[in-house]
Design a protein around this ligand. Structure first.
Ligand SMILES: *Cc1c(COP(=O)(O)O)cnc(C)c1O
Length: 418
């Protein structure tokens, strides 16, 4: 390798290491599940950091459906959709997602990252305005950057600021408000009803990335628009097949038929990237079918989340990311955000370790918990604001009540060992 470039890479990696930001990947030796094997623990550990909300990642019937898809339709498509990469199951899954979400039509992508990467540039131009929540997922931010529309940003879930930005964008040809349905570091819901009201008032479109909600949020699992009663008021939904819907891979955009048709003609990650593999399509289709009848699992997920919140609060932990003073002007958790208590709490449950020493303490506790058979992940700056370090616990319907209690017990032991 060219010497100076190699020196540069080594220096950059050393900087990341010195800042304590190196991400080390733990190696899992089993299928994804409530209890997993990892190479750095002797016994199985309880997993509280997957997006396996409904426990479908190792579901037997889904694995069988995926096998069938493999047998019937082969391993790979070796083509993009519009050349020779579309099989009947691809279209069927798109129709199934549309019916589930109550939208006209759906277009599949290789990932939700790609869906968000392609949706803006294909639909909006320099005459248009995109107004985006400051805490939106990286893929929305990148997709918006790829598009020539004017960009506006509003403070997290802050409806007064959103109104200001809508006013600032009033000369745009079309305006779209863009938000995550759930903010993944806080487990907070976007205030969709208020957002739709403002959109109506200002003649704007609404796009919701509901990756952390579809399958388990809302009575029928149809996501945050269902939870807030605005299913007929959201214009564009993007989402992933890689979380609650079996957790394999793939993403989608669901919207009005004309929007989807234009994406088929123009969205670059769709036109220039391979079709979703048949095995993934087959498994995901069954996952979605199961989800239509998963009211019990959704109820158990809420019960687990409530039990965890109750026991952790009793044990003296702080679960409210909005109560922690940042000591800075970071405007997270401002006016409009929907907190647990207003609606069923989201299974993303941040356990806060505030202050200067918080990041170190969260890291220490997570490490100690692994030794006690519980796998959780600490997050600190720059993933979350300085002084707001946390361990993000994610509940699953696959957890038993005993698993939840074991997690809380491990938190207590780890804290008291410090
Ligand atoms: C996970 C996630 C994505 C990325 O989804 P992939 O299908 O894994 O690319 C996009 N947006 C949000 C809000 C997410 O939580």
């Amino acid at each position: 390798m060219h010497g100076p470039f190699e020196d540069h890479l080594k220096a950059t990696l050393a900087e990341i290491e010195d800042a304590g930001l190196t991400k080390r990947e733990r190696v899992i030796t089993t299928p994804q599940s409530a209890s997993i094997g990892v190479t750095d623990a002797d016994a199985p550990v309880l997993n509280f950091c997957a997006n396996n909300y409904l426990g479908l990642a190792d579901h037997e019937a889904i694995i069988a459906a995926a096998h069938q898809g493999l047998d019937d339709y082969g391993f790979g498509m070796a083509s993009v959709r519009f050349i020779c990469g579309t099989q009947a199951p691809h279209r069927r899954l798109e129709e199934q997602v549309s019916a589930f979400l109550g939208m006209d039509d759906t277009i599949l992508f290789s990932s939700c990252f790609d869906a968000n990467g392609g949706v803006f540039e294909a639909l909006f131009g320099p005459e248009d305005a995109i107004i985006s929540d400051e805490l939106n997922h990286a893929s929305l931010i990148d997709g918006i950057r790829l598009c020539k529309a004017q960009r506006y940003r509003y403070r997290n879930a802050d409806m007064a600021d959103l109104a200001d930005q809508l006013a600032a964008a009033k000369d745009a040809r079309f305006t779209v408000i863009v938000t995550d349905g759930v903010f993944s570091m806080d487990g907070a819901y976007a205030p969709l009803r208020e957002i739709c009201d403002l959109a109506d008032e200002h003649g704007a479109l609404v796009l919701v990335d509901d990756s952390h909600a579809v399958g388990f949020v809302g009575e029928g699992g149809r996501g945050t628009p269902e939870l807030f009663g605005v299913m007929d008021r959201v214009d564009i939904i993007t989402g992933t097949l890689g979380k609650a819907l079996g957790g394999a891979s793939g993403g989608y955009v669901s919207a009005h038929a004309d929007i989807v048709e234009l994406l088929r003609q123009r969205a670059r990650p769709y036109l220039f990237s391979n079709s979703v593999a048949p095995v993934v399509v087959a498994g995901s289709a069954l996952a979605l079918e199961l989800i239509e009848n998963s009211a019990d699992e959704r109820a158990r997920l809420i019960e687990n989340t409530l039990l965890f919140r109750e026991l952790m609060t009793e044990a003296g932990f702080d679960l409210d990311p909005f109560r922690v003073s940042t000591g800075s002007t970071t405007p997270t958790g401002s006016t409009g955000v929907v907190r647990p208590g207003d609606v069923p709490p989201h299974p993303i449950t941040p356990v806060m370790f505030p202050g200067e020493d918080g990041a170190r303490e969260a890291g220490r506790i997570a490490q100690h918990m692994l030794e006690h058979g519980v796998y959780v992940i600490p997050f600190s700056f720059p993933v979350v604001p300085r002084g707001k370090a946390r361990i993000r616990v994610q509940l699953s319907a696959a957890h038993s009540t005993d698993d939840v209690r074991a997690c809380v017990a491990a938190f207590v032991v780890a804290r008291d060992a410090g």
